[in-house]
Design a protein around this ligand. Structure first.
Ligand code: ZN
Length: 376
């Protein structure tokens, strides 16, 4: 492995640790804030319960005054009843007395109700007070822990930053810029190569790229994700062990009603993906831009199956694995989704890899074209 690559790997570890520490430091006040929020809720609840108790007490005092007033009135009516001249006057006073007595009874009921409620209110207040006490203790503990952890994290962060600066000094400036740009967009800037694949994006490498990474003479970048590639022979041995179990590339069926092809050149469009479909005695052709997945031109429909209707498009093209229903493709509109494009790209890489390994293992015989092989 190149020394620079080793430095980059260490740099990536340092970057990861720095990010983790920064995230942790940012997370701690949020946790404290969440408990503080809960604490404020409990405080509000307690205040509400206490206000209700006060309101009840005020009501009770008001009712007690009302009852005293009514009793005063009754005693006044009784005094007056001694002096009345007529039976009517006496009846009227009696009526007033009865009315006041009824009011007293009703007010006494209200006081009783308040007294019953007071028990429940009391429990509410006590519960809220207990909760507040527990939460206040918890928040102090959390705050102390957060302070301690933050201080420890900050210390580690300073150490890691110093280490990172040292590591950066060990990497060429252009390479460092490239690494940082890719890291920013993809979360990591360097990727291991295992089993001919870039582990960052899972795309198969071209044999030449693979050999360059393996020999470790120069810095090599993944064509597909731009990560800087490195090779660890120890890991590769482990990955290769179950090689006999590894499934080979699945070959598309020759008589499939839908076939995908890659063409390096297509009229003015350059690299394209073609989708040919047979349906009800007719065939259709869609052309997509190889890199953007955008539909180019109109869908062309001809009589007969696509092998006879579009022979000039198929000749020399690389057959790919891919199958989507007519309905799915209609939903794509003018651009195929990234998942479809990625899977076609990956299959093209696999097909190319297969072609090149055929060529090298069967030197002398012309390269077998995997494109038109029937499924084995
Ligand atoms: Zn990659």
């Amino acid at each position: 492995m190149l020394l620079e690559t080793e430095n980059l790997l260490r740099l990536q570890d340092a970057d990861k640790e720095i990010r983790r520490l920064q995230d942790e430091i940012a997370e701690l006040p949020k946790r404290v804030a969440a408990i503080e929020h809960k604490l404020a809720d409990t405080k509000a609840q307690l205040e509400k319960a206490q206000t209700a108790v006060k309101a009840d007490e005020a009501s009770r005092r008001k009712y007690e005054t009302t009852i005293a007033d009514l009793r005063g009135k009754i005693s006044k009516y009784r005094d007056q009843s001694l002096d009345v001249k007529t039976n009517e006057q006496y009846k009227a006073l009696l009526h007033e007395i009865q009315f006041a007595e009824k009011e007293i009874a009703a007010t006494e009921d209200k006081i009783l109700e308040l007294m019953v409620n007071a028990d429940a209110r009391d429990k509410e207040v006590k519960a809220a007070q207990a909760e507040l006490k527990a939460e206040a203790a918890e928040i102090e503990k959390e705050k102390a822990e957060a302070r301690e952890r933050t201080a420890e994290d900050e210390k580690q962060l300073t150490d890691w930053r110093a280490k990172r600066d040292q590591m950066r000094a060990g990497v060429n400036e252009d390479l460092l810029r490239h690494y940082e740009r890719v890291s920013k967009f993809r979360g990591s800037g360097i990727s291991e190569v295992l089993d001919h694949k870039c582990m960052g994006c899972q795309v198969m490498l071209r044999p030449q790229t693979y050999n360059e990474v393996r020999t470790g003479q120069q810095t090599v970048v993944c064509d597909s994700c731009q990560r800087i590639l490195y090779f660890n022979p120890a890991h590769e041995m482990q990955a290769l062990e179950p090689e006999h179990k590894r499934s080979r590339r699945h070959h598309p069926k020759i008589d499939a009603p839908q076939a995908w092809y890659y063409r390096q050149e297509f009229a003015e469009a350059g690299e394209v993906l073609l989708c040919l479909t047979n349906s009800a005695g007719q065939s259709s052709r869609r052309i997509f831009d190889m890199h953007t997945g955008r539909l180019i031109g109109d869908i062309l429909i001809r009589e007969g199956d696509f092998r006879h209707a579009f022979p000039e498009d198929i000749t020399g093209a690389i057959r790919l694995n891919g199958s989507w229903t007519e309905h799915e493709m209609e939903n794509w509109g003018t651009e195929m989704p990234m998942t479809a494009l990625d899977s076609l790209h990956a299959d093209l890489e696999a097909a190319r890899y297969e072609m090149s390994s055929h060529t090298s293992s069967k030197s002398g015989t012309p390269a077998a074209v995997p494109t038109e092989q029937a499924a084995s």
